[in-house]
Design a protein around this ligand. Structure first.
Ligand code: UT7
Length: 321
């Protein structure tokens, strides 16, 4: 049995408001707020990498929980914007945190990444393979944003979230699900790009390409049923769920989920207003806001569901600890 024994987040200092984009592309603050709910997003400083933001999120976790991360046995990093493909970002985090020897993997599940990471951690702990797993959802999306594409560049932001999963006397993960509509994979993807780095050609991350309308319809049309499935799997009803935390892609998607489930928006935390769409960091950033306010407390039942490129989704119900 397992539970989350530490939780932390980080958002870069630099705040970019919607007016910034009025100078770059044909858009305006009113369109962005009305269509997405986004007012600001955070952008990583020059030279601030996904691993650097991850380390700051882990430091925040340590300062709040007192959990020592030096004995972490396995690190799962969920990102679509790794420092580089090899070595993976998990290994950079291990190095920067001074962890002696941990298994290190990056997983690429876009905005569903953080919940996939929790599923992997839960599997490792419950099978007895490891006793302490660090899960990080971190993104430097500003580096893979196409700032000439007005339909997508206004959406994304940078940030990180981290959780430690360890054995527990009581099971705190009450249900999991996941799935992928792979025939819609071409509606949200990352191009590849050849770059000359230090005089040598390397294939690096290109830019995000999204067919927003299709992804929007898929999210609003299918995520409420995935939530219902998860709740039934845990032998609960929606009345037993204190908070539903979907990936914060667009406030209108969260409103659609709220309406479909007849579940109040006050119980659907979001991070999109202040941080934009931070992909795998969006769920931790939304939870952090409520934890800081004291609305999410230990013992509460929190449903998280990530969705995005794939098009893939992953959900879990957690008894918050
Ligand atoms: O994180 C992974 C998962 N991703 C998502 O969940 C994202 C899902 N999609 C969305 O959030 C929304 O589809 C967007 C925010 C990307 C777009 O909102 P929309 O309401 O679906 O807009 P639309 O694409 O239907 O475009 C409506 C109009 C179009 O003009 P016409 O064809 O009606 O004349 C666009 O050209 O808005 C126009 N438009 C803009 N106008 C001002 C598109 N982008 C902009 C812009 N500023 N930045």
């Amino acid at each position: 049995m397992s539970k989350i024994t530490g939780f932390g987040t980080y958002a870069p200092e630099k705040i970019v408001d919607n007016h910034y984009f009025e100078k770059l592309i044909d858009t305006n603050d009113e369109w962005i707020v009305t269509r997405t709910g986004i007012k600001t997003r955070r952008v990583a400083a020059e030279g601030e990498l996904t691993s650097d933001m991850s380390v700051k999120a882990v430091e925040n976790l340590v300062s709040k929980s007192g959990n020592d991360v030096k004995d972490v046995e396995f690190i799962v990093v969920c990102t679509t914007s790794p420092d580089q493909t090899m070595p993976n970002t998990a290994s950079r985090i291990q190095d920067k945190l001074g962890i002696e020897s941990a298994g290190c993997i990056d997983i690429y599940a876009a905005c569903a990444g953080f919940v996939y990471g929790l599923q992997i951690a839960h599997g490792f702990i419950n099978s007895g393979v490891y006793k302490k797993v660090l899960v990080v959802g971190a993104e430097a999306l500003s580096r893979i944003t196409d700032f000439t594409d007005r339909t997508s560049c206004i959406l994304f932001g940078d940030g990180a979230g981290a959780a430690i999963v360890e054995p527990s006397e009581e099971e705190h993960f009450l249900a999991f699900n996941s799935g992928t509509e792979s025939e819609l994979g071409h509606d949200l993807y990352l191009t590849r790009q050849n770059k000359i780095i230090n005089g040598k050609e390397a294939i690096t991350n290109g830019k995000i390409v999204q067919n927003g309308r299709t992804v929007f319809k898929w999210a609003v049309g299918s995520i409420p049923n995935k939530i219902r499935e998860l709740v039934a799997q845990a032998n609960l009803t929606l009345d037993d769920i204190d908070f539903i935390v979907p990936h914060s892609a667009n406030l209108r998607i969260l409103e659609g989920i709220s309406k479909d489930l007849n579940f109040p928006m006050e119980k659907i935390p979001e991070s999109v207003t202040d941080h934009g769409n931070t992909s795998s960091a969006s769920i931790p950033l939304a939870i952090e806001k409520e934890v800081a306010k004291g609305t999410i407390k230990p013992g509460m039942t929190v449903l998280m569901i990530g969705f995005g490129g794939g098009l893939t989704f992953a959900g879990t119900i957690v008894k918050w600890s």
